[in-house]
Design a protein around this ligand. Structure first.
Ligand code: GLA
Ligand code: ZN
Length: 665
């Protein structure tokens, strides 16, 4: 396992570096990430490179057994580059350029900026090629944002030309007949700049796809250089978890060797274990491989304002949670809190003064256990019996037409995830291209954009025995964001065995009560955000609406197809309904938790070649007991356990169970 911190030696006097390295070693660190915002330090003037300071830092850390991941510095362009290329500045939706300052202020399609990026990346790569202490690269930092500049407009037009071939095809696919938008030259096609109303949905969706592709392309230029000059050294980018809305993370990570992401549970609001788990599972799902947390919260977050400090025990708890969900590397942000710059209040493990404190001691205590774990978890896989299908296309389309404030794709997704997560049976987050056959249950919320290939895949999955859960707003659009010319749920209508006669957008936030069909008992909870008024074809009703003008009409249905079944919820079931639905489905589909655990305990299995590792996590504030049966070697306390054990508040236990020849079912 890798364990360490994000380190900015350039922010501190060189005389301090040795103390830092010594304290890091004492905390069990074996890795740091460095250099990711140090462009001007490394290239103060064009083609004048200075890596001596970084060489010294890498070397010193290596003497303490600490390897380096180097970041390419392109997220924060030097003033001298942006002054020379004003057109490299990111332009906002209102066509105003951002002011120089902060970061992420460049256009990803600007040729001059790309040339500067390529130069610094090549120079770094050539300088560090073959250096055994540089064990990985991170490209840029947290890609994101959208640019609306003339370069991007021209690039968008070329991108569309490739996608559609002819203007005729584009006009037909977008329905530009509407309001006389028919384009007669590619140059006429605008970006969705702020205008008098809503843009054509085909244009709006494709712009989002194009912008996501722009970062994928920009990233690829850097990857190609690094792979060419430093073959075999793995490359990552630090992503922003499930919640980041503007990039197709499946596309962005395709070219990367491994995924990493930045986990800040206490930025605002109350930390939520299900949301953290969802983010980890999403990051693991991108490449279906172990990932790193490249920035794990190490102190109170804040820039202009300061958030609540992580409570005692939370920092290591969040880190263990990441490990349970598939992380092989935990890198805290940041080693020591900066005394200057925009993030003076984004605290690291050490405070401004640099003396070890409570947070350092917690990280250090975890470091000892990480050392005990060594490489045991390497290449191990989190076992997941269920999956959720994440469609960035559908998500992008809702950004343009959100329907109503209570029908938010990521929130609906997260609440259904929570219901699955509570089963303690593992959830993989997969793309529409994924193979679903291994999962007992697949939930695909608000699958708004569906093509034939996806419809066929879902049909096969169900007929071969899968249990599929769909919601309202499924099968509404074709891939160009044009409404299908069938009754809903469109291409999935036959599979679902229902027809949506009409629908009701509950934009005022009301909840419509439900009744279970089997006993006409009231369901605890109800239907929110949206209500499809359904007619049954082959399907049976599982629940009816018990209010509004559609009282007595089916709200949730089941259709048995082949060996499997598909549940269609013509609404957004609230948490209570979602949980009882999933619990019932779990029983039918044979989804089981590795341990009978009380609510409040999270159980995750990681399966390695020779052993399985059972993580038991208690994120609550009271101790909980659990029967671990024959148990095994417990790696946190370093003792043998069996029978009933007690997990303290914010406690984690990892039970190692050797795998015999018997295959895991
Ligand atoms: C992000 C960035 C870091 C830093 C932290 C704290 O996740 O990747 O560079 O800015 O947030 O704000
Ligand atoms: Zn641009």
């Amino acid at each position: 396992m890798y364990y360490g911190a994000d380190y900015y030696p350039e922010h501190w006097p060189e005389e301090r570096w040795d103390d830092d390295a010594r304290m890091m070693q004492a905390a069990g660190f074996n890795v740091v990430r460095m250099a990711e915002f140090a462009w001007t330090r490394m290239e103060p003037r064009e083609r004048e490179f200075n890596f001596a300071w970084l060489d010294r830092a890498i070397e010193l850390l290596a003497r303490y057994g600490i390897s380096s991941v180097l970041g390419t510095p392109t997220a924060a362009p030097p003033a001298w580059i942006m002054a020379a290329h004003p057109d490299a500045t990111l332009i906002r939706e209102d066509r105003q350029p951002v002011t120089y300052g902060s970061r992420r202020n460049y256009c990803p399609n600007n040729a001059a900026y790309r040339a500067h990026s390529a130069r610094i990346v090549r120079a770094m790569a050539e300088h560090y090629a073959g250096n055994p202490d540089v064990i990985g690269w991170q490209i840029d930092n947290e890609f994101g944002g959208r640019c609306y500049c003339p370069t991007c407009q021209a690039a968008f037009q070329r991108w569309l030309q490739e996608r559609y071939g002819s203007l005729g095809a584009l006009n037909a696919a977008w329905g530009t007949e509407f309001w006389s938008h028919i384009y007669t030259a590619w140059e006429q096609i605008p970006l969705p700049w702020s205008t008098t109303g809503v843009h054509n949905p085909g244009l709006a969706l494709n712009y989002r796809r194009f912008m996501s592709d722009s970062y994928v392309g920009y990233q690829r230029e850097q990857i190609d250089i690094l792979h060419e000059v430093c073959p075999g050294v793995p490359i990552t980018h630090n992503l922003m978890g499930f919640r980041y809305p503007n990039l197709d993370y499946f596309d962005l990570t395709e070219d990367l060797d491994w995924v990493s992401w930045d986990n800040y549970p206490r930025i605002r609001g109350v930390p939520d274990a299900a949301n953290r788990a969802l983010a980890h599972d999403t990051m693991r799902g991108l490449k279906n491989k172990p990932f790193w947390v490249m920035e794990e919260q190490g102190g109170p977050t804040g820039n202009a304002t300061v958030a609540l400090a992580p409570r005692p025990g939370e920092i290591p708890y969040w880190a263990w949670e990441a490990v349970a969900h598939g992380a092989d590397g935990i890198v805290y942000f940041r080693w020591r809190t900066a005394r200057f710059g925009a993030e003076e209040y984004w605290h690291g493990i050490l405070d401004h003064h640099g003396e070890p404190g409570r947070r350092y001691e917690e990280v250090k205590a975890m470091g000892r256990i990480v050392q005990r774990l060594g490489d045991k978890l390497k290449d191990s896989a989190v076992r997941a019996q269920t999956a959720m299908l994440l469609s960035y296309d559908s998500r992008f389309a809702f950004q343009n037409q959100p329907h109503n404030p209570h029908l938010d794709y990521p929130n609906v997704f997260a609440e259904l995830y929570r219901a699955l997560w509570k089963l303690n049976a593992g959830v993989d987050i997969v793309s529409p291209a994924a193979d679903l056959s291994a999962y007992k249950v697949v939930v695909a919320p608000m699958l708004y954009i569906v093509d034939e290939a996806l419809a066929n895949k879902l049909r096969d999955y169900v007929s071969q025995g899968g249990a599929l859960v769909l919601t309202c707003r499924t099968g509404v659009m074709d891939v160009d964001n044009m409404v299908v010319d069938q009754q809903l749920p469109g291409l999935l209508g036959e599979l679902c065995g229902v027809v949506v006669d009409e629908y009701d957008s509950l934009e005022d936030g009301r909840t419509v009560p439900l009744q279970w069909a089997e006993d006409l008992e009231d369901v605890a909870g109800g239907a929110t955000a949206w209500a499809d008024v359904l007619s049954l074809r082959e399907a049976e009703a599982l629940a009816y609406y018990a209010g509004e003008y559609y009282a007595g009409v089916p709200a949730v249905t089941r259709n048995r197809v082949g060996k499997g079944q598909v549940i269609y919820a013509g609404t957004v079931p609230d948490a209570a309904v979602a949980q009882s639905l999933m619990a019932r489905l779990a029983v039918e589909a044979g989804v089981t938790s590795p341990l009978e655990a009380e609510p409040g305990l999270e159980v995750v299995e990681r399966i390695a070649e020779k052993a399985r590792y059972l993580f038991i996590l208690n994120g609550g504030s009271d101790a909980i007991s659990v029967d671990v049966g024959s148990g095994g070697q417990e790696l946190v306390q370093d003792e043998t356990v069996s029978g009933v054990i007690h997990i303290p508040a914010l406690g984690v236990r990892i039970i190692e169970q050797p795998l015999g020849n018997s295959a895991i079912d």
